[in-house]
Write a new protein. Sequence first.
Length: 252
Amino acid sequence: MQMSDAVTACALIIGNEILSGRTPDANLNHLALTLGGWGIQLREARVIPDVEAEIVAAVSTCRRRFNYVFTTGGIGPTHDDITAACIAKAFGVPLVVSPEIAERIRRPPSPPEGLEARMRMAQIPEGAVLVDNATGGPQGFRMDNVIVMAGIPVVMRAMLTTLEGQLDSGPVIQSRSVTAYLGESRIAKGLGEIQGRYPDIDLGSYPFFHDGRYGASLVMRGADVGRLERMLDEVCQVIIDAGEKPHRGETS
């Protein structure tokens, strides 16, 4: 689906623990749904390790391809939290201490050795703008179109909420769906012809097996409600022509 006025985004999920399977990612789904509701289309997501060269390369590439890049993870107090330094390197600027973040870190009592480690989180690229943290903890930051957030889900969501209304947006993508108990091959030709008539709408076919029966869920996503409804009618007719009953899903 191509839309000239679309606002696009990429998510960079940073962390060896995600790639190892030790920690399941809990941020991508929330990020995609939230951005979609704001009129920002998440077009790509990458999971990358805590490796400087990998992070710098991904940020440098994606910030030129998309309107926004959202990163999660790697801004904590330990040696492997290198995201801030990598963002600084990608933009060719030094790391500096943010007085605002440092002040938040110093508020709660902390042993000297613990405070020293926590102060790593006050380092941000020179010229970055803070992204507030509604939990009251250290903030994230924004460098041009790259928005850097925590990996802990509750903190990431708290940071994301503070961005509402602060970003460019485009058309909000809506969806329609229909399911039918039949094999995809029986309607593949018809679906292909419909997609050809509606290049501005994504038409996805997702097979399932339930209660001993094969079926397919057809999902349509686009910004033009009128065209979505017409495509839905045509998809339902293809199912009917194949001798099965379409079951329309909820509108979203």
